[in-house]
Design a protein. Sequence first.
Length: 376
Amino acid sequence: MRDINEQWQQETWSKIQKKVIKSAARNIGSIPYTAHDGKFDNRGAENICWWTNGFWPGILWLVYAVSGEESLKARAEECEALMDRAFYELEGLNHDVGMMWHISSGVNYRLTGNPDSKRRNLYAANILAGRFNIKGNFIKAWDEWGGEDHRGWTIIDCMMNLPLLYWASEETKDPRYTHMAVAHADMAAADHIRPDGSVRHIAIHDDRNGGMIGERGGQGYDEGSVWSRGQAWAIYGFILSFIHTRKQEYLDTAKQCAQYFIAGVQSDWLPRCDFRSPGEPVIYDSTAGAIAACGLLEIAGCVPEYEAGLYRDAAVRVLKAMEQSFCNWDLEKDSILQMGTEQYHGEKGRHIPIIYGDYFFIEAIYKLTGQTFLFW
Ligand code: GLY
């Protein structure tokens, strides 16, 4: 079993590397979000504050870290420079500055020591810190839009932004960033994780004292349902918080969320968009599988070997199932992982390639092949 898996991992990495190098050569100066007929768009450069803009440079850094292919580094640094405009268009940014900068500038700095990249990542950390509500002990996700006031809203996705704050504390030797990250993670464990291990996407708080006053179904089927990408953000987010703080509660929470995810996906290992939606229509979300796989592999690295197999095997099963059913390896087409879904409701954005699906799929295979440099 192990030998067959190792061969599959190596072959899959080799296909990833070839495909990313080809795509990068075709997409100079772009920051893609999705692909149409196998061709990347340029949504990121057109909307420079778009929350997914870190994932394409992140992909380039993942493949650069293994291959040393200099053209990928050059492409990633071009994206980073383009993204500087987002600092001037400040109002377009939200809590996702961690996803935007920590895997682009943050990784550049940590791999190459580039001082401009360090400054960019510190700007991003300060923007994220500026969203912390000191009375409520949470990081506000979004500002007001669509006539809706979001001052007390938190979303589970924010767990992925916390590594930026842990890094900023380490880098500046100022513990305040970590204090905020820990306060937010504690809030998320209490208010986003239900007793059965399933995850609430959106929690609404009283912004004067942090008390929880409501929830929303967000991108899942309904209030009380289980949006699988939210479940995956929790798995990976909590295990990352454990890795950065060694706080046992975060490992326990990551495991609890992982067990719910594994139970939800194990019929065929292809994640549906929501684990508590009606059986029909069948709506997949490959991005949930890729994110969860990264988290499961990190959990496997944090628990004793007798426990690790559960998480490692589940990650491999999800990745293999998706590789067989959802991946496109045609070198003339951009985007690898198909069948991502932005949100449960609405046909638009359903069963499409999404850049963070590729990012986390590649990161998971990178981990499986034995790479240990942690991007987050
Ligand atoms: N963070 C937004 C999403 O997962 O779609």
